[in-house]
Design a protein around this ligand. Sequence first.
Ligand code: MN
Length: 461
Amino acid sequence: MGLEEDIRTVAGRIRDAETVTVISHIDADGITSEAVMMQAVRSSGIPAKSVFVRQLEPMTMKYVPEDDSLKVFVDLGAGQQDLLEERGLDVEEVVIIDHHVPQNTDTPYPQANAQQHGLGYFSAAGMAYLVARQMDAGNPALGMLAKLAVIGNVGDMMAREHCGLVGPARGIAEEGAGFGTVEIRPRELNCYGISTRPVKVCLSYSDDPFIPGISNNEKKAEEFLDKIGIRQRNPNGTWRVWEEYSAEEKGIVMNALAEQMLATGEDPSRLFGEQYIFPEEAFGTPLRNASEYATMLNACGRWAEPRIGSAICLGDRGQMLRDGERMLRHHRTIIREMMEYILDTGTTELTHIQYIHTGGRFPDTIVGIGAGMALSKLDWEKPIMVLSYLNDDPELVKVSMRTNERMVRRGVDLQAALTQASEETGGGGGGHKIAAGAYIPTSAEKEFAHRVNRIIAGQFT
Ligand SMILES: [Mn+2]
């Protein structure tokens, strides 16, 4: 079946349901997907509930209710169809909206899956939007749903590789622009934090593009902006953010940065990226652009409050937004503490990687982010591995690895390394070349770093 037909089938099943349970994942893509589906289902007059899970696995299947509602799995499910079969769910009781590699099982659950149709760079929230639009092309909330799909796509890193969304994900952003809920800004600064961070901070945290002399060095970033005559503070003393710069100021900064990169032999093309701004959201807040909005949702999910994120997605700008902002501050504080812990304690260096075991000090849901931030202040040529204990399972150790674009260009592939090493020890892993994770048995933790070090040593071309 083609994509259109799959979308029609899934949308039709949902429209015909008497009650619906949406089961989704706790990251930004999962939360926006859930919000899109809940809005679409409820606006069709169908009662609906939702459930968030950290992962769909035997242990979390208990959260999928045993009732006669239609189970709508979003951002998960495709790769866990065996679990749905084991539960005894039949083909009439399930639809799957996903973008992960599907499992081949006997039951042909209806599925709208980007993977099956060769759609790259397309997240579950994008699929959910296409299903919602199919359910009701006249839904007055489509503009809001398109915006949520943009956040889900950006949150799942779909804009990373090409410095902007491509293909049908870009198409949804254009639909959002048509509704007035999304503003597409091409050739903007390709850095995180354009709506809330002082520009010097934006620049100094940038790892891709890596700007020699400025990345990892806030003081130098500040001097650089001074030198090219950019006024960095507002009259009241607060730091100006990128969104406040005039077109002329932006041009001056971009040109100077490009020159600086060229002078040191770096390709400046990744300095420029497309940004997605939400004009209805308050200026200077994290809801103002797609990547910062996604971080707030990730913060809610990682601290076990995905419902706060979902309520914000669906328009709550009162208590839920205040709670979301609190989650974001908490998230940043703990990540900073973790980064400082890594820097204070120091990593153990092997020939090709560095590693540290943080024990039970930090929740496993943030160690990857903390690792990435610590790496920006450590030897960037050695990918960092952080091992940590899970608070709910003493048998398993969570492994998180981070590297940067420059090492990926030299051949490093963390996903391949962690998948192989964890499978050899009876665990499992996955992710991307630049960032990957795995769960391994506690008994394997001692020599695991050496095992990965050997594999990465072999990846250099
Ligand atoms: Mn996803």
